[in-house]
Design a protein around this ligand. Sequence first.
Ligand SMILES: Nc1nc2c(ncn2[C@@H]2O[C@H](COP(=O)(O)OP(=O)(O)OP(=O)(O)O)[C@@H](O)[C@H]2O)c(=O)[nH]1
Ligand SMILES: [Mg+2]
Length: 327
Amino acid sequence: MAEKIPEWAEKIVAGDRRALARAISAVENREPAGRELLKRLFPRMGQADVIGITGSPGAGKSTLVEKLASEYRRQGARVGIVAVDPTSPFSGGAILGDRIRMQSLAGDEGVYIRSMATRGQLGGLAPATHDVVSILDAAGCSVVLIETVGVGQDEVEIARLADTTVLLLVPGMGDDIQTFKAGVMEIADLFVINKADRPGADRVEQEVAAMLSLATRPDGWRPPILQTVATTGQGIAALGEALAKFRAFGESGAVKQARRREHWRARLLELLRQTLFEQVVAPRLRDGSLDRRVDDLLAHRRDPFSVVEEIIAESAQEGRGAKDALS
Ligand SMILES: Nc1nc2c(ncn2[C@@H]2O[C@H](COP(=O)(O)OP(=O)(O)OP(=O)(O)O)[C@@H](O)[C@H]2O)c(=O)[nH]1
Ligand SMILES: [Mg+2]
């Protein structure tokens, strides 16, 4: 791993898959080299069209992503796919499943598939996904598809990373619309009713249409509702066209710019918070001092606000000490 950052970065840009794989691991694991690569590659980022595909477990996301990726491949695009593991114990085999489901893409040098499995990552799953997408972007993927289950807060954040968010619904899951309402429902740019070969697709479509008619988006976009059968590929070409339309809409107006601006603002704040924590606060919490403080809270010997003030005061003092020692 003695490779120098500039050479490593060059290989990534040139499409070297091994260099890319190692880079993704490095950013995912928050290695210093990952951070250096992100710095170095930053000027090359911002080209990819990032599309989030969100929907409840088993809605057909992976199947649809595979078909959509093939569609983009036919148009000559290099495609990155990031499958964010659906967390929960009941879908433990999902990643293996994704591999099998996306087998038709295996061996295609123009497609790069990555599963992100780790939960409780330092700094959170959404920022890690963001960095992985950035690397794929720099590596020349003009389309990056992110697959997530859209119910948790992490997933909503991940959906916000995307330039376009597609929400997958399936027939016979009327309650699901309620579940999604609070989060992803509002940020979905396109609605897809997958498994349209099953009864009830029209009903879901009507429910979504009714819900959409209640509110207009500030940007004026009217999210289309499409029906697909991901297993056969039915409706995928139409989905591709609808995605292109939304992309054109975003680029013609200030929509995309505003979205990216909001995104980078959030990212910068997040990065500040994370870096301050890692560099200033975390070193103070080693040696079981966190647990000792938790004991104090549990026994109500001390209040959490004073504990936080104390930790920060100690960090600041230490910082001053270090500066004095240097001068
Ligand atoms: N009948 C029918 N089955 C489908 C359709 N799309 C996907 N499936 C099936 O639904 C099952 C789940 O599909 P996946 O693509 O793994 O769904 P997913 O949303 O990625 O699932 P998780 O990643 O586990 O949340 C598989 O058995 C697919 O073959 C469809 O349009 N019609
Ligand atoms: Mg899947």
